[in-house]
Design a protein around this ligand. Structure first.
Ligand SMILES: *Cc1c(COP(=O)(O)O)cnc(C)c1O
Length: 446
């Protein structure tokens, strides 16, 4: 039962603000809330929040009036509140915590440019955001007002990109690239477009969620001059999907910008299959395709947001098969220490031998697939694509799990199952084991 239209909210404290101001992103930016005194005007602070807000050296707090209005002021555990209002738990260190958990600084050939994957780079273009997420993976640098866009660093980044032809994809992040002054953002895009080997530019931005007013016709008109341009937004909870966000994503998609969503799995915010299913279904309604669901990084101040990995796998299990395939993100652990993004999820391939594989579906239905007796692969010697290869053999990294073509580890009961011959059958007791909490076969709620 999803609503036909999306809500639009304004906290009572802003009732008198004229619409021209409310709908002006500059007004939203300059009227952000950041002190206990500010917040008391729209909600009742908890002891824990007040303590955190009065702590010296806390990661920067700033929330737009638009975004703070989405909070239910009577709910101390409101999922939007938890994302942006600090709590005392932030001050508590935890085992495994790291300052630069993704080792981004170590993978930076020039300041602000992270080159970890062969064909694409991450470019940190600003430290500023419209509001600050309490679990920010870059809280070590983000928020510092003295360290915003640096022209000399930008020139070094452009120089590096010019002399590095294997980079075909540049991901602009920060901070929030859409928080840059419009002129600087345009100059940045224009300079990147001058480099012939850069095929696509992507922007990672939470501005459409924190301040959809920023997505003006003028901004979209500017962005669409620099196609192919992709944009990933960051929605974590269905309560963030409003009439204003829907209007912003409509404008962006009409400007020809494909939209994706990256969310973070957060304890007490969205660690629930029912919330996640509603989220991804509402995202596709506003033409945003779920891209990644990230496991929370081991970042200072974010310990209380972490969930067990099993929670993420359970959520993925509850999505695949139960809803539209294109509404399903990939669950990713960004490996601590700079290992990069690693997809994890439920296992559907139960076993593999030289002639047969055993699979199970989302309902626990088990089936086998007979491998071909003879396989004539394409000929790399005559293949034009293999001649121009960008990927070296061995760069695919498929080792460890498979030994040659045989699976090293056989699950319990494999031989018995396998020797029963072909066809498919359903194992009722396995169905019990595999179904995620609250979701039965066929997707019905139990
Ligand atoms: C996430 C990330 C990218 C982009 O990864 P995709 O899987 O292509 O979205 C590139 N560089 C760095 C350093 C990243 O962290």
């Amino acid at each position: 039962m999803t609503p036909r239209t999306f809500p639009s909210r304004r906290a009572p404290a802003y009732r008198e603000v004229p619409d021209e101001k409310w709908n002006d992103w500059r007004w939203q930016m300059s009227n952000r809330l950041n002190s206990a005194e500010d917040f008391e005007k729209v909600l009742v602070l908890t002891e824990s929040e007040r303590k955190a807000l009065n702590t010296h050296d806390l990661f920067r707090v700033d929330i737009t009036p638009y975004y703070v209005s989405l909070i239910d002021p009577d709910d101390p555990n409101d999922p939007i509140r938890r994302q942006v209002l600090p709590r005392a738990e932030e001050i508590v260190p935890f085992t495994g915590m790291m300052e630069d958990s993704l080792a981004e600084d170590r993978h930076s050939p020039v300041p602000g440019l992270v080159h970890r994957y062969p064909d694409r780079v991450l470019m940190l273009v600003t430290t500023q955001c419209a509001s600050y997420c309490r679990y920010c993976t870059r809280s070590r640098i983000v928020g510092d007002p003295s360290a915003t866009f640096s022209r000399s660093e930008f020139e070094l980044q452009i120089e590096y990109l010019k002399r590095t032809p294997q980079v075909r994809d540049v991901l602009l992040s920060g901070g929030d690239p859409l928080a840059l002054a419009p002129k600087i953002l345009e100059e940045l895009l224009a300079r990147l477009r001058e480099i012939p080997h850069i095929e696509i530019v992507r922007i990672g931005s939470r501005i459409p969620v924190f301040m959809p007013q920023r997505v003006t016709d003028e901004l979209c008109g500017m962005l669409q001059k620099y196609h192919p341009l992709w944009l990933n937004i960051h929605v974590n909870h269905p309560n963030e999907i409003t009439a204003e966000l829907a209007e912003a994503t409509d404008k962006l998609t009409r400007a020809g910008i494909p939209l994706g969503n990256q969310s973070v799995l957060l304890a007490g915010v969205n660690d629930c299959i029912h919330i996640q299913r509603q989220l991804v279904q509402e995202l596709v309604r506003i033409r945003v395709r779920p891209y990644y669901l990230y496991q929370c990084d081991l970042v200072d101040g974010a310990g209380h947001f972490r969930t067990p990995i099993a929670k993420g796998i359970e959520i993925m299990e509850g999505l695949r098969g139960h809803t539209s395939g294109f509404a399903i993100p990939q669950y990713i652990i960004d490996a601590p220490g700079g290992g990069g993004k690693i997809p994890v999820g439920p296992n559907y391939l139960m076993s593999m031998s030289d002639h047969k594989i055993v699979l199970r579906n989302y309902e626990g239905y088990i089936t086998t697939y007979e491998e071909p007796q003879a396989y004539t692969p394409h000929d790399p010697k005559t293949c034009r694509y293999c001649q121009n290869k960008r990927m070296e053999p061995g760069q695919t990294g498929l080792t460890g799990l498979l030994d040659g073509e045989k699976m090293v580890i056989k699950p319990e009961g494999f031989d018995e199952l396998h020797n029963r011959g072909g066809g498919a059958h359903r194992l009722r007791d396995n169905l019990e084991k595999w179904k995620p909490l609250g979701i039965g076969a066929g997707g019905e709620e139990t």
